[in-house]
Ligand binder design. Sequence first.
Ligand code: UDP
Ligand code: MG
Length: 241
Amino acid sequence: MTIKKLSIIIPAYNEGNTIHLILDKIKYVNLTNDIQKEIIIVNDCSKDNTEFAITAYQHANPELNIQYFKHEVNKGKGAALHTGISKATGEYLIIQDADLEYDPAEYNDLLKPVITGFADVVYGSRFMGSNPHRILFFWHTIGNRWLTFASNMFSNLNLTDMETCYKLFNTKIIQGIKLTERRFGFEPEVTIKISRIPRIRIYEVGISYYGRTYEEGKKIGWKDGVRAIFCILKYGLFKAR
Ligand code: UDP
Ligand code: MG
């Protein structure tokens, strides 16, 4: 399909230190086929200077199409994505965390299977390909692989990285799914629900990963891993759609 606009959904909670840097990276990436960018930022009730940083950036870059939304209470990454997804007007949308763990220069790699007409959904895998990956957290990697394995068992997909942030969706398709997980349970819920859509075409491409430490602002914790197992069982076993 011809794609004219990509919506970039950014959930942001206490990301005042990096939000302008990720916006700069997004600004400087030239999408292939003259695809336009729509940037949708959802401030999930940050307690730091995230809002100030966003408004300052908007004023300094009026030519960028930035839509700004905020939550009155902190609800979690999933809830921020629900808000962002509902506002998207591009034919495709991609999820972009507000930290610097993923590189917007790779949007074109994710778009490729869409532009060539093969994919409805593209996941960027941190466990595939020869791009740079920061070496960190052995047990997170084991956890990620195990969660991907469990999710694959229920979805009958052969993904290598279910928990990746870089997920690109046909906007109409993702807007047509009812999503309920408000925190990091978003990833298994969306993966299992997407897998159940008849004739859906899912692709994966290798991406880089510039992982950050907790000192550098990472928020996901072991409880989110437990929740992910629960979600895989809940959506994999018990929920039809
Ligand atoms: N986030 C959010 N609300 C929250 C927690 C996180 O919007 O309550 C955002 C956060 O600002 C970041 C993204 O969700 O842009 C992912 O968070 P993090 O980097 O801590 O998780 P990970 O990369 O480990 O999945
Ligand atoms: Mg992150």
